[in-house]
Design a protein around this ligand. Structure first.
Ligand SMILES: C[S@@+](CC[C@H](N)C(=O)[O-])C[C@H]1O[C@@H](n2cnc3c(N)ncnc32)[C@H](O)[C@@H]1O
Length: 223
């Protein structure tokens, strides 16, 4: 019997066009972003961020996708953070937050996570919160995070991803395209699998909300 191969469910366009789509979406939403996120931030995200940054014990940390700088108030004392983001609109908000925390040792850079202009093996830890749902090629971004992290160094993520429970997972598959076109966000990513596909050794992928949609993911770079 002949089988027909269906095209992959991804938006049309080259990698460059997809990255530009994401950049434009975040530039467009930057001004309203904090207000739109406020309810989830107050209900859960802030608590999850605090717990994640409590675990960070490396000296040199890269934060991928700093966004409007919501993690900046949680950076531990004595840690040097290199923050990167694709969107100048989001970064300009993060710069304002950084100015309100003058004792924080951090630098912020406009940079694509899929092609980091950072040296190999430079950081003790890589952190990202709610980012790999948006990076157009998440495995490429996670691979770049791995490259710039020292052997034995840590990856710490907060992410939402495709529900492990059906039929919710299939509903999220159906919503993924339309949501992405409007917001730049993918709601049905398989981030735990992507972390492993990028070469990280998975230590933890704990659901932190019902149906496995939100997860705290920890991994390390093999020695
Ligand atoms: C949902 S926001 C999360 C922002 C922030 N980490 C937080 O926790 O509030 C996703 C962020 O990832 C950034 N982003 C998406 N694709 C990226 C890429 N290829 N390289 C760097 N940043 C990217 C977006 O610009 C946006 O600021």
């Amino acid at each position: 019997m002949e089988t027909t191969r269906l095209p992959a469910a991804r938006p049309p366009g080259s990698a460059l066009e997809q990255t530009e789509h994401t950049r434009r979406a975040y530039d467009r939403h930057a001004r309203a972003y904090d207000a739109m996120e406020w309810p989830v931030e107050a209900l859960a995200y802030r608590r999850w961020r605090r717990a994640l940054w409590r675990d960070v014990d490396g000296l040199d940390v890269v934060e991928i996708g700093v966004g409007t700088g919501k993690n900046i108030p949680h950076y531990p004392d004595g840690v040097r953070v290199t923050g990167v983001d694709l969107s100048e609109g989001m970064l300009s908000r993060a710069r304002r937050v950084l100015r309100r925390h003058p004792d924080t040792e951090a630098t912020l850079h406009l940079m694509d996570a899929q092609h980091l202009s950072l040296p190999d093996d430079a950081f003790d830890e890589a952190v990202a919160t709610f980012v790999f749902c948006s990076v157009p090629d998440p495995v490429a971004g996670l691979r770049e995070g791995l490259r710039v992290t020292k052997p034995g160094g840590r990856l710490r993520l907060l992410e939402h991803q495709r529900a492990s429970l059906e039929p919710l997972g299939r509903v999220m598959d159906g919503l993924d395209g339309p949501v992405h076109r409007f917001t730049g966000v993918h709601v049905a990513r398989r981030t735990v699998e992507n972390v492993q596909a990028a070469g990280w050794h998975l230590d933890r992928a704990e659901p932190i909300a019902p149906f496995g949609v939100f997860r705290r993911i920890d991994a390390h770079k093999p020695l």
